[in-house]
Write a protein that binds this ligand. Structure first.
Ligand code: PMP
Length: 318
């Protein structure tokens, strides 16, 4: 826990997990200055606990902070907090494949007032929680062409609470119709595929990996996304960071050039997409064979995360 008071972070401390006490006029509750991160630590057979790309999460948190008028949290404070907390968890016992220690850093406004303005005081907290695999089977998704997650000039690239709140209603409708997640499209024409609710999405079209670009500020710059693109480049697999349109996707499914579709995210890691609903019609995706890119990339990421293979990009923090 750390407090931001008088323009600086002070009183860095470890506290037992407990409820927070907030003033009813707490600005984060009313005006939404609240950002967070999600990352995981993995324990290997040697008993080492390895954190995957925590520094990248610290940088992304500061990008979210800048957009939401919140103070930067120095990377050293972020990393020191992470390492101390994970060290306290050293006796945690993983419960099998896919089990990990989820780490949730977050920051929110602490001033108490009625009126829309940035707060002067903030709290930064990190807590951990053991988790199992997020999805135990391939996911079914629905392309959303009515509701919008993010639009240019909005907050889509920030990991801020309100983005998730705004997504709940449309996502719930999709879940009621039997889909795990939405595939969001752009807010203007609803014709370009952006990302899902908790994952970036990638398509293998005739051997080329296609995924939405980040320059429009409408998708979250996923750290898993970045890692997968890096590995694809290392392996000489062609990558195109561009918007795939919904009609291009239908065409690629129908003419057989779509080899696979998958989501990438900290929670889900690599999630094979089994079915996509597009304008009321269900399309079954090609099934994932051992030769699929997603299979290879998942094995590589798992190998790195558990410290079993070389980590050429220095993604692991011990
Ligand atoms: N998009 C959204 C909206 C997300 O919430 C997440 C999960 N953080 C992702 C993409 C994937 O990002 P990452 O790989 O950093 O977990």
């Amino acid at each position: 826990v750390a407090d931001y008071v008088n323009g600086e972070w002070t009183d860095l401390r470890i506290e037992p997990y407990a409820s927070l006490q907030l003033d009813p006029a707490n600005a984060a509750l009313h005006y939404g200055q609240s950002i967070f991160e999600g990352m995981k630590a993995y324990k290997n057979e040697k008993g080492e606990i390895l954190i995957f790309r925590g520094d990248a999460n610290a940088r992304r948190m500061n990008e979210s902070a800048a957009r939401m008028c919140m103070p930067e949290i120095p990377e050293e404070i972020f990393m020191e907090g992470l390492l101390q907390l994970v060290d306290l968890d050293r006796n945690w016992v993983p419960t099998g494949k896919g089990s990990s220690l989820y780490i949730r850093p977050f920051m929110f406004a602490m001033d108490n007032y009625i009126g829309v303005k940035p707060s002067d005081t903030y709290k930064f907290i990190i807590f951990t929680c053991p988790v199992g695999a997020y999805y135990s089977k391939p996911v079914n998704v629905k392309v959303e062409t009515k509701w919008t997650r993010a639009t240019e000039g909005g907050t889509g690239a920030a990991k801020t609470a309100g983005n998730y709140a705004a997504s709940l209603y449309p996502a719930l409708q999709a879940q009621k119709a039997g889909y795990d997640q939405l595939l969001w499209t752009d807010g203007k024409s609803h014709s370009k595929i952006e990302e899902s609710g908790t994952m970036n999405v990638m398509f293998d079209i005739n051997g080329t990996l296609v995924t939405a670009p980040t320059h429009t500020g409408t998708i979250l710059k996923g750290i898993t996304r970045d890692s997968v693109l890096q590995l694809a480049k290392d392996w000489g697999k062609p990558v195109e960071e561009r918007f795939l349109t919904v009609s291009e996707l239908v065409e690629a499914i129908e003419n057989g050039t779509l080899k696979e579709a998958f989501g990438t995210g900290t929670a889900a890691t690599i999630a094979h997409i089994a079915k996509i609903n597009i304008e009321g019609k269900d399309y079954t995706m090609p099934s994932k064979g051992p030769e699929a890119f997603s299979h290879k990339v998942l094995a590589e990421l798992d190998g790195i995360k558990y410290g079993e293979i070389e980590d050429p990009h220095h993604w692991i923090v011990k």
